[in-house]
Design a protein around this ligand. Structure first.
Ligand SMILES: Cc1ncc(COP(=O)(O)O)c(CNc2cccc(C(=O)O)c2)c1O
Length: 460
């Protein structure tokens, strides 16, 4: 079977049986999926033999790069011991014990307990139930409201999708669930108006203070936020934002939840985004980089303040999943964390490949199509605008130009994500300098191709 027949065969069978996530299946099937058959380091390969640099590390998660055999070996070893047993009913197993211990050591000091789940969404559903159980145990059952931000992403379950602030998700399935309240996001480029970033950071944070004044501290159980909003478009908050959030929450009985599903395990140049932004959270959802996506696993890191209530007067916490702390997924996560530590990949993001790529990525801001080029650690965005340096103009039919650019990028040999009319990047931590040079050169070609197409369409 020639390569193209192989692809056609895969596409036909996929179209016949597979409903993809976040996809318009009618248009996808008309075009056909790209069939990814292999991964090695920073690269993925499709069924037509094309080699593409995986600028998104899968979905923000393959931090150690594709194809690390050590993980496959760890999975095989665990499979040979016990491939599955649960942690309900007074049972545990060695990988669960070792991973919980390792996470207590690697996470910020207030976290010494973890509740295991299988995804970021399950982590955030767990957060909702944990927050409400915590306050009910303390005799304050009315503190059920959770404040979150518009354009945040906290998952796709009823709870995670409700905590997220993405209206296209809310419009399907009657979301948000009750007692979820959204406030403005710290998106200076898109919503800062004439304010400086520092002024806007304070103003956006004070939306939380306004919500507390309106709803009442006696009703609010927690505030949840990503250190940097990832799926929302790599919204890096102004430097004033998180200190103002801390001031607002100080001495208030409102738990702080830092959703580190993307920013956790080195993505921002420290082990956790909380360290990068000085956030002292009470609960911390984790997933993605926990296993580098090799197997699905997630968790909620629980601070001592919350754990002493849950483990003390809390009694039975009636929540959990069949595969919570799955032994093989836990073994994969342990080996992943060992690689990150032994290969000093967090330090590499902070001191080497991060600065190397940031400098070259920001230089793309000089391109006529780019309104802002931003990056923290190894997560970045290029805002595409019709008439820079204005931040007030935008392309018509939001997202159309972003999709055009994303498709050019893939065809040029680089995976970047499109969010609205911006291009997003989140490469593996193992990216070499040569690969970074290829990445930036391909991104520049993509911008040139997009500019030509935008002009052809009369959009600029
Ligand atoms: C901050 C955050 N919290 C929770 C989740 C949910 O995790 P699960 O998907 O494992 O349930 C996420 C996930 N983030 C995510 C997932 C899928 C696609 C994209 C994208 O940017 O296209 C982003 C996330 O980014």
């Amino acid at each position: 079977m020639t390569l193209s027949n192989l692809t056609a065969d895969y596409r036909a069978r996929d179209a016949a049986h597979h409903i993809h996530p976040f996809s318009d299946m009618k248009s996808l099937n008309a075009e056909g999926s790209r069939v990814i058959v292999r991964g090695e380091g920073s690269w993925i390969y499709d069924s037509d033999g094309n080699r593409i640099l995986d600028g998104m590390a899968g979905l923000w998660c393959v931090n150690i790069g594709h194809g690390r055999k050590e993980i496959a070996d760890a999975i095989q070893r665990q499979m040979a011991e016990i491939s599955y047993y649960n942690t309900f009913f007074k049972t545990t197993h060695p990988p669960a014990v070792a991973l919980a211990e390792t996470l207590a050591r690697l996470t910020p000091t207030q976290f010494n307990h973890v509740f295991f789940v299988n995804s970021g969404s399950e982590a955030n559903d767990t957060v909702i139930r944990m927050v409400r159980h915590y306050w009910a145990t303390l005799g304050k059952p009315r503190k059920t409201v959770i404040v979150a931000r518009w354009n945040a992403y906290h998952g796709s379950t009823m709870g995670g999708g409700s905590l997220g602030g993405m209206k296209p998700i809310h419009s399907q399935g009657g979301l948000p669930i009750p007692d979820i309240h959204h406030i403005a996001q710290p998106y200076w480029f898109g919503e800062g108006g004439d304010m400086t970033p520092d002024e806007f950071g304070v103003a956006a944070a004070r939306a939380l203070e306004t919500a507390i004044d309106e709803i009442g501290e006696d009703r609010i159980g927690a505030f949840i936020a990503e250190p940097i909003q990832g799926a929302g478009g790599v919204i890096i908050p102004p430097a004033t934002y998180w200190p103002e959030i801390a001031r607002i929450l100080k001495d208030r009985e409102i738990l702080l939840v830092a959703d580190e599903v993307i920013t956790g395990f080195g993505r921002t140049g420290n082990w956790f985004g909380s360290e990068t932004f000085g956030i002292e959270a009470d609960l911390m959802p984790i997933a993605k980089g926990l296993s580098s996506g090799y197997l699905p696993i997630g968790g909620v890191m629980v601070s001592d303040k919350v754990a002493e209530v849950l483990i003390g007067p809390g009694g039975e916490f009636n929540h959990g999943f069949t595969y919570s702390a799955h032994p093989v997924a836990a073994a994969a996560a342990l080996e992943n964390l060992r690689i990150i530590e032994d290969d000093r990949l967090v330090e590499r993001v902070r001191d080497d490949i991060g600065p190397y790529l940031q400098e070259r990525w920001r230089a793309l801001g000089e391109h006529p199509l780019v309104g802002e080029a931003r990056m923290t650690g190894l997560m970045g965005a290029l805002e595409l605008v019709p008439d820079k340096p204005s931040r007030k103009s935008a392309f018509p039919d939001t997202g159309k130009v972003g999709t055009i650019a994303r498709d050019f990028s893939f065809r040029n040999g680089l995976v970047m994500r499109a969010v609205r009319d911006s291009l997003i990047l989140s490469p593996p931590f193992t990216l070499s300098h040569e690969e970074a040079d290829y990445l930036v050169a391909t991104a520049r070609k993509t911008l040139d191709d997009t500019l030509a197409e935008v002009k052809r369409l009369g959009l600029k």
